[in-house]
Ligand binder design. Structure first.
Ligand code: ADP
Ligand code: LRH
Length: 497
């Protein structure tokens, strides 16, 4: 029989990819077959996603994946889709798209926050949804829609799955980021819709990771050359849920930092923490694979760096996953002394795009500090501030959840940033294990492989499988007497323990 491979469509706010995963011995081998830049764009007077362009890239990637599998004598057993959270497309009853989807970085959600909180007390919202307050949560964006009658809101991965299969579902890990989902029950919270004037049938039925959404439509089969009957399987369609499923932890006492455009910093729990203390600390209880709770906070993330690079390059191009010149800048930033100025990377003033180096300088000066003129100083300020934010967030996560942490795992594109990994080890006083870079695709593929019966076990087994097959780099906290900015000497580990 042909060997099975699994296709992951993983689209972050800064780049998308289609990755093939094949089971090899004790682990999973990943092969990136297509990659494309992504980013919100000003369209029609608002910040939006070029969703038709994104879907074209998905089809190009799936066609490439099919071609690759055919040449290897393999069969694509299924396709799984994950993207960033929160955003959605509005679909009419006839299936057509009502508008180009807005980006969460457009300010229209924030403008609704006061009105929404006047209608439903934020303490009640938190007690039900356990969701951290972010001004762009789906609930605030939906409150800005002038006319939802007869329309359905499909979250971005669900919209792409609808276009591939014709089936409308809402995958539950991503549903948990809407602000309209009951964290403890793992179901929609329909009682929150009416007070906001939102229609009861706004959302499609829920589906969980591992369940089949549908099979490819005939027109998709024509366009991609994939075999008829190829299923689209629900995964942790929230990219962070897939990433956390592929944290290569070998023990239970781990924390994670999913590091990309955002840094998602926290621990995994088996029940939500819905206390007032948790709400005031703004921790979220988002749903993970296998009904787990991702107890975490959003830290501003490499968005700050992406935007600075874009400004320094003339602000013309879309942000890229692998920006040119980044390595030189990081080397220069690593040579600067520790103890430089800090900003609050979570400040809402950093959410919108444009002019980021100036905004960072303003923030430093407003706090009475000074920031060197050269780009490396700005980069160092960002990374020092992120590391400090990680340490603060992890300490609070441990305190609020009671979950002990002995190791910090950094996964995603940002795990390649050796300076940030070392600064994180220094700031937390804990060993940092960096990698895999493509944890999100890995988690996406593992859930598909398990649904197909090709691997078995719970998250702990899936994590051991990742630890066995994906290379990681360990950073130890530097003691204080060391030269400031001394080059880190990470120990590299890969393959078998
Ligand atoms: P997202 O899924 O949010 O689009 P990724 O996980 O792809 O984000 O991570 C993108 C980030 O990874 C970039 O903003 C960049 O800071 C970082 N990155 C990518 N490649 C490298 C590299 N070679 N060295 C250091 N950092 C890198
Ligand atoms: C990371 C992410 C994060 C959300 C944000 C909108 O890509 O999904 O978990 O908060 O994007």
């Amino acid at each position: 029989a042909e060997r099975q491979v699994f296709a992951a469509v993983d689209i972050g706010a800064s780049s998308g990819r289609v990755i093939l995963g094949r089971l090899e011995g004790q682990g999973v081998e990943l092969e990136t077959v297509h990659r494309f830049p992504n980013g919100a764009q000003p369209i029609g007077g608002a910040l939006r996603w070029d969703i038709h362009g994104i879907f074209d890239q998905v089809l190009t990637g799936l066609a490439a994946a099919g071609e690759r599998a055919r040449r290897n004598g393999e069969r694509i057993a299924s396709i799984g889709i994950d993207t960033w959270a929160v955003d959605y497309g509005l679909v009419e009853a006839d299936g057509s798209l009502a508008q180009v989807p807005y980006s969460y970085r457009d300010g229209r959600g924030e403008a609704q926050v006061e009105r929404v909180h006047a209608l439903i007390d934020p303490a009640r919202l938190y007690a039900t949804t356990g969701l951290q307050y972010l001004p762009f949560n789906t609930i605030y964006q939906l409150a800005a829609e002038p006319d939802l009658a007869g329309k359905q809101a499909l979250l971005i991965p669900d919209l792409l799955a609808f276009w591939l299969t014709g089936q409308r579902r809402t995958e539950e890990t991503n549903a948990s980021t809407t602000g309209l989902f009951d964290a403890a029950a793992g179901e929609w919270a329909p009682e929150l819709l009416a007070p906001l004037g939102l229609p009861q049938d706004l959302f499609a039925p829920l589906v969980g990771p591992g369940e089949t959404i549908g099979t490819l439509l005939p027109e998709i089969i024509r366009r991609t050359g994939l075999p008829a009957g190829t299923p689209v399987v629900a995964v942790g369609s929230h990219d962070t849920a897939s990433a956390v499923a592929a944290v290569p932890a070998r023990t239970a006492d781990f924390a994670y930092i999913s590091s990309g455009t955002w840094s998602l910093v926290g621990v995994e729990l088996h029940a939500p923490v819905l206390t007032e203390a948790s709400r005031l600390a703004n921790f979220t209880n988002e749903r993970g694979v296998d009904g787990t709770i991702r107890y975490l906070r959003n830290v501003g993330g490499l968005w700050l760096l992406q935007e600075c690079l874009r400004t320094w390059a003339g602000e013309s191009h879309a942000p890229e996953g692998h920006p040119a010149g980044l390595e030189d800048l990081l080397d220069a930033a690593a040579r600067l002394p520790a103890g430089g100025p800090l900003i609050d990377p979570d400040a809402s003033g950093f959410i919108a795009p444009g002019g980021m180096p100036g905004r960072i300088r303003d923030a430093v000066e407003a706090a009475g500090g000074t920031l060197g003129a050269e780009p490396a100083a700005v980069v160092r300020c960002i990374l020092d501030s992120l590391a400090a934010g990680y340490a603060r967030t992890l300490a609070e996560a441990v305190q609020l959840s009671g979950q002990p942490v002995g190791t910090v795992h950094i996964v995603g594109g940002g795990s390649q940033n050796a300076l940030l990994c070392q600064l994180t080890a220094d700031a937390t006083g804990l060993p940092v294990v960096a990698g895999p870079v493509e944890a999100t695709a890995q988690g996406n593929i593992l859930v598909q492989a398990r649904a197909a019966g090709a691997v078995a076990g719970g998250l702990a087994e899936l994590r051991r499988l990742t630890a066995r097959s994906q290379p990681t780099t360990t950073y130890r906290p530097r003691s204080e007497w060391q030269e400031p900015g001394a080059a880190a000497q990470p120990a590299t580990a890969g393959g078998k323990p």
